[in-house]
Design a protein around this ligand. Structure first.
Ligand SMILES: O=C(CO)[C@H](O)[C@H](O)COP(=O)(O)O
Length: 224
């Protein structure tokens, strides 16, 4: 993980944002560079409205001068840009390392174009080395954990020190190892059928473009 790589891919993504667009602003240390670059472009006259995927990103967007818009007041997001924890060759993602997966998925789904910015360490042949984050309601979480185990995953409650990590939505996260014999779409669907599961960090069939670096360190823009 190289900070310079993150900066290169993060800043590249800002080139896809055009005047007048409504922009979904992702969360994490890579898309941070996109947001900072967009802030510079706004100072130079770019007119955009942002919708943040987390309280952390909302704060950053305000700091760099990006105007925010109320999600309930817009029809569509033109473009959403976000990081990922893992990306496989089918452009399927694991997200939620920062705990923002629910709002990130809502915004990615609402976007006409969803761009992922990722340093090359995020590109994997098979998803699952990074444990899959699953957002759950605190009520009855022991029971929810049992149901998740029953479909073959191994959940662990994410902690923040000695207490559970709490998402922007007031929920908990289970980080789950996933068996590699079950297809991602099946895991995604089965998880979301469990009462108590709010959303999971598998993003299947959502990504339009991936901005990363090739073996020589040059920017590579991958599309399906
Ligand atoms: O899903 C996310 C947050 O919930 C992030 O996009 C993901 O964790 C990647 O972050 P980073 O760019 O810091 O590696």
């Amino acid at each position: 993980m190289n900070e310079n790589d993150k900066q290169i891919v993060g800043e590249k993504a800002a080139e896809f944002v055009k005047d007048g667009m409504v922009v979904g602003l992702g969360t994490g240390s890579t898309v941070l560079y996109t947001i900072k670059r967009l802030g510079q472009l706004v100072q130079e006259g770019l007119n955009i409205k942002g919708i943040p995927t987390s309280i952390q990103t909302e704060k950053l967007a305000k700091e760099v001068g990006i105007q925010l818009v109320n999600f309930s007041k817009i029809e569509q997001i033109d473009i959403a840009i976000d990081g990922a924890d893992e990306i496989n060759p089918n452009f399927e993602l694991i997200k939620g390392g920062g705990g923002a997966l629910l709002r990130e998925k809502i915004i990615a789904k609402a976007a006409k174009t969803f761009i992922v910015v990722a340093d090359p360490t995020k590109m994997v042949e098979r998803l699952g080395k990074f444990r899959l984050p699953v957002e759950v309601i605190p009520f009855g979480m022991e029971m929810t954990m049992k149901h998740i185990k029953a479909i073959g995953l191994s959940p662990e409650l994410r902690l923040n020190g000695a207490t559970p990590f709490i998402t922007d939505n007031g929920n908990y996260i289970f980080d789950c190892s996933i068996p590699n014999h079950i297809q991602t779409e099946i895991i995604e669907r089965e998880l979301n059928l469990i009462p108590g599961v709010v959303e999971n960090g598998l993003f299947v069939g959502m990504t339009d473009l991936v901005i990363t670096l090739d073996k020589n360190g040059d920017v590579e823009i991958l599309s399906k």
